[in-house]
Design a protein around this ligand. Structure first.
Ligand code: NAP
Length: 263
């Protein structure tokens, strides 16, 4: 299937590794012009170079902090100036810290709001004028299975990502007539540094080793394994592309069957 991403400018947030990187790579493989960003300038430059080497695509690295309004605006402006009208955006950032309700004060909630929900508002706002002017676009926000089944030690994620889901669904209703599609991608247990971090916290809580915890967790999954970031990257590239031209307002789970709810 041709995703029809050739020469389309796609912005991918939090892309130096993990699912953001995998999405940037997949879009580049499909011929997109990729604007990828994360906080660590060296890491994002190295990631962009790796993708350029593998694909030969036009890929540019930017440093930005998803918690910071100005740096989001600057990333979008620089992309527009240097690469052209934006047709795709992957909304993504690092996850909020692990912990239960009693471990967080107002400042923690405020930080999680800025990192996860307000960053999504700001990234979407930053690309809309370009998408409107060029006749449409596609936005995908990475959330979590916690929006369907809350995760014990991820109270901040459970709450903020539900907000992102509501934001995306609301905007899909409002922007469909302008040919702007918005969807969320729900990752299950994807083998990245983030999962290793949250699993370490859970293993410590249970008093077992990380390997033991991983084995127990994988055994509970219908597919008996964690997902690979590339499996998410391919799904994101699809949703960002014209191949998904009539798909908007959905939450696509890439979770190997983890979520047990019918709806
Ligand atoms: N892996 C899973 O199983 C899973 C499941 C559900 C949800 N999620 C969520 O999905 C998102 C991506 O996860 P992942 O597994 O791909 O993580 P990852 O492999 O740890 O990568 C995180 C990426 O985010 C960037 N980043 C972190 N904080 C940032 C910030 N404030 N501003 C801009 N970039 C930032 C990091 O680069 P820099 O350090 O250079 O900024 C890195 O490129 C996270 O929010 C995570 O919580 C993951």
């Amino acid at each position: 299937m041709d995703l029809n991403l050739k020469d389309q400018v796609v912005m991918v947030a939090a892309a130096s590794k993990g699912m953001g990187y995998a999405t940037a790579l997949e879009c580049a493989r499909e011929g997109a012009i990729v604007s990828m960003a994360s906080r660590d300038k060296e890491a994002i430059e190295a990631a962009a170079e790796k993708i350029r080497q593998e694909t030969g695509a036009k890929v540019k690295a930017y440093s930005f902090d998803a918690s910071d309004a100005q740096s989001i605006a600057r990333w979008a402006e620089d992309t527009l100036t240097e690469l052209g009208p934006v047709k795709g955006l992957l909304v993504n950032a690092g996850g909020p810290p692990t912990g239960q309700f009693d471990s967080f004060d107002d400042a923690d909630w405020q930080s999680a709001f800025e990192l996860t929900l307000l960053s999504s508002v700001r990234m979407i706002r930053a690309v809309l004028p370009s998408m409107r002017a060029s006749g449409g676009g596609s936005i995908v926000a990475i959330t979590s299975s916690s929006v369907k089944e809350p995760i014990d030690i991820l109270i901040l994620s459970n709450v903020m990502r539900s907000g992102v889901t509501a934001l995306v669904k609301s905007l899909s209703q409002q922007l469909g007539s302008e040919n702007i599609r918005l969807n969320t991608l729900i990752p299950g247990k994807i083998d990245t540094d983030r999962l290793r971090g949250t699993n370490t916290a859970q293993a410590q809580k249970k008093g077992i080793s990380l390997d033991e915890h991983n084995a127990q967790m994988a055994a509970q999954l219908p597919m008996r394994r964690f997902g690979d970031a590339e499996e998410v990257g391919k799904a994101c590239a699809f949703l960002l592309s014209d191949a998904a031209s009539y798909i908007t307002g959905v939450s696509l789970a890439v979770d190997g069957g983890l979520i047990k709810t019918v709806w």
